[in-house]
Design a protein around this ligand. Structure first.
Ligand SMILES: *[C@@H]1O[C@H](CO)[C@@H](O)[C@H](O)[C@H]1NC(C)=O
Ligand SMILES: *[C@@H]1O[C@H](CO)[C@@H](O)[C@H](O)[C@H]1NC(C)=O
Ligand SMILES: *[C@@H]1O[C@H](CO)[C@@H](O)[C@H](O)[C@H]1NC(C)=O
Ligand SMILES: *[C@@H]1O[C@H](CO)[C@@H](O)[C@H](O)[C@H]1NC(C)=O
Length: 602
């Protein structure tokens, strides 16, 4: 009888919400996977958030599975202790893209201390790397914060960014989101996961293309994680029919790829809405393009796999090359080569493998012709390109032209010249935008930053947006100028939104309770106001959107008008307030890249 009572009690705890009070404070929160496998997590000290960490969703991607598409986890979750983040996937540098740019280009020197601290915190939170890294994490409102009106909760699945080669899910603890959801009375469940990065996840080249099971392994990891969530989230109290996928940078590009991969026959859709922060269509072509082919052979040469036959080289990379040798090669690229940090122009990135039954049968910009028409939010930081321009090495107009020729090998001479004309050699029109002559740290810096902003970020977003039937599909657009004239040289730089979204809370009493390694940020009050505004934009609007497919319902924030082809209204995100703006800037320049997109693929 006692045992029976215990089982019932822990079953009640197992769902993320419950209606009956129970006196089971000492039992760890438990969910029952597949109805029979009890998996235990952790309750936050204040009793608000349950977290289940490090849950394996795939078989270890080792041995024959290195570079290969993942296969589902086949073990049992019974008595699995989901109390620690799993290892991060191997990367050249620890701590995500911003930490990498700090290492290589010293961006920290431009940032105020509280932002620098956030960067260092993110790095400290990244768990050690291991090739066996395919796990996911679930954060949900705890049992004693019930939402009686909504039996199953909306789910937000985060795909982390990092140029497809940096970062890990442990940098993004879901607690602040869950707390904001509770505070808004819009409770949500957050899921984060790891996927393979760099060469292990996105090795290209003709040998990889021939062995189709080895192309875009990291993207297939993401897909498998989404399948796991769809299948099992109900055990956590989540609603599998209300899943929003969201991500930033490479994570947003990934989100976009999943929205155009709908040719895969799904019994039920894996998600029903999407949020893309600084990423949409990715300007890449095919797995066997020149860039990834060269990278494949350079990797082989540097890992003792310099054999003439591509198949043998791939087998050697799979079975003989040490993880250290692979990661050392990636690290050398990042540290020692111009554009190494963007890996020889997006070298480790998803590309079409021409597999009609796979995720990318054609380049993304072609797949974008028939997007899945689902509610979406898409937006950018005003000066996305500044970080990337900092590491490029062109100081004269002629060097810029040469750089463009090597970056955009498909573009005709005429297209290159048109681009150079549209982005004149004049700091007034460069990025950080609207800063006159200021911030021109080198003569071509602002020009390069402007071009990279538009080709990697804005052109893809505008092109994708033009292909969404926005009259029928709730679509919301934003653009942040939050750091305009505040941060020198970088302006409103790529990925600054992550700092507010994941690392700062508006109410200091809510900050990062409990977990080791999570520092409490000491923010001066003006910056605190700014941080609160930013956190609200990237959390509260998004939570409302996840719940209602409308960021306005329940968010308690100023009206964010829906995007339309005619009005082109978007949310402007300022340092301490939001406003209504229009998505009409740089029409000619961005339009040129959008119209000539195939020519400027990397
Ligand atoms: C869950 O149960 C189904 C059928 O009952 C089984 O096919 C599947 O392998 C199980 N999954 C796990 C992860 O145990
Ligand atoms: C899980 O733990 C319970 C209680 O300790 C035990 O009875 C059960 O056999 C365990 N199950 C597995 C699969 O280890
Ligand atoms: C890889 O290792 C196997 C077994 O140790 C060996 O036979 C083979 O020659 C190695 N391949 C290369 C390219 O070194
Ligand atoms: C930058 O360019 C100069 C002149 O072309 C060259 O000497 C230098 O090695 C380059 N630096 C890097 C990091 O590529």
């Amino acid at each position: 009888m006692l045992l029976c009572y215990r089982l019932i009690a822990s079953f009640l705890l197992s769902i993320c919400f419950q209606l009956l009070p129970t006196a089971t404070a000492d039992l760890p929160p438990t969910v029952w996977i597949n109805g029979s496998q009890p998996l235990t997590g952790t309750l936050s000290p204040d009793g608000l958030v349950e977290s289940y960490l490090g849950i394996p969703y795939a078989a270890p991607p080792l041995g024959p599975l290195r570079f290969s598409r993942p296969i589902p986890f086949t073990g049992s979750y019974a008595n699995f202790s989901a109390t620690e983040f799993g290892p991060s996937c191997p990367a050249a540098l620890s701590g995500g893209t911003l930490a990498a740019f700090d290492d290589i280009a010293g961006i920290g020197k431009y940032l105020p201390p509280h932002m620098r601290d956030a960067l260092h915190d993110a790095r400290a939170q990244m768990t050690p790397m291991d090739e066996n890294c395919l796990s996911l994490n679930v954060f949900c409102p705890a049992a004693k914060n019930p939402s009686p009106l909504k039996p199953l909760l909306p789910v937000m699945v985060w795909i982390h960014g990092g140029a497809f080669q940096f970062g890990g899910s442990s940098m993004y603890p879901g607690d602040p989101f869950v707390r904001d959801g509770i505070a808004l009375n819009l409770p949500v469940i957050i899921v984060t996961f790891n996927y393979r990065l760099g060469a292990l996840g996105f090795l290209g080249g003709s040998a990889v293309l021939k062995d189709q099971q080895s192309a875009n392994a990291g993207l297939h990891d993401q897909r498998l994680a989404l399948e796991w969530v769809s299948k099992h989230i109900e055990a956590f109290g989540g609603d599998p029919s209300r899943i929003v996928i969201f991500g930033e940078s490479a994570g947003a590009q990934s989100v976009y790829m999943h929205t155009v991969s709908h040719h895969i026959q799904e019994q039920k859709p894996l998600f029903s809405a999407a949020i893309m922060q600084s990423g949409s269509i990715i300007p890449t072509g095919y797995v066997d393009d020149k860039g990834p082919e060269q990278l494949f052979w350079r990797l082989a040469e540097n890992t003792g796999c310099d054999v003439t036959d591509g198949f043998a080289a791939l087998e050697c990379l799979r079975y003989n090359a040490t993880l250290d040798a692979i990661i050392d090669f990636q690290r050398n690229l990042v540290r020692n080569e111009q554009s190494g940090i963007i890996t020889a122009y997006l070298g480790w990135s998803p590309r079409s493998d021409r597999d009609q039954s796979g995720l990318l049968p054609a380049p993304v910009h072609e797949l974008s012709m028939t997007p899945r028409a689902i509610p979406q939010i898409t937006g950018n930081q005003q000066d996305e390109g500044t970080l990337f321009a900092l590491v490029l090495n062109a100081t004269t107009g002629k060097e810029t032209e040469e750089l463009f020729q090597s970056m955009f090998g498909r573009a005709s001479t005429q297209q290159i010249h048109q681009a150079l004309t549209l982005y004149p050699d004049n700091p007034f029109s460069g990025a950080p935008f609207d800063t006159g002559l200021r911030n021109a740290v080198t003569p071509q810096y602002k020009r390069l930053a402007a071009v990279l902003t538009d080709i990697i970020f804005q052109a893809g977003r505008r092109l994708a947006l033009a292909r969404v039937p926005v009259a029928a599909v709730p679509t919301y657009v934003y653009q942040s100028t939050a750091l305009h004239n505040i941060i020198p040289v970088l302006g409103t730089f790529h990925a600054n939104d992550l700092i507010w979204q994941w690392r700062e809370d508006e109410d200091p009493s809510l900050r990062w309770p409990g977990r080791p390694g999570q520092g409490i940020l000491k923010v001066p009050s003006k910056a605190a106001v700014a941080a609160a505004t930013q956190a609200k934009v990237y959390r509260r609007y998004f939570i409302a959107f996840a719940t209602h497919h409308d960021p306005n319902i329940g968010s308690g924030l100023p009206m964010w008008p829906r995007f339309s082809d005619l009005g082109r209204d978007m949310l402007g995100v300022g340092p301490s307030m939001v406003y209504v703006d229009r998505d009409t800037f740089r029409t000619e320049q961005i339009g040129f890249f959008a119209q000539n997109y195939a020519g400027f693929m990397m």
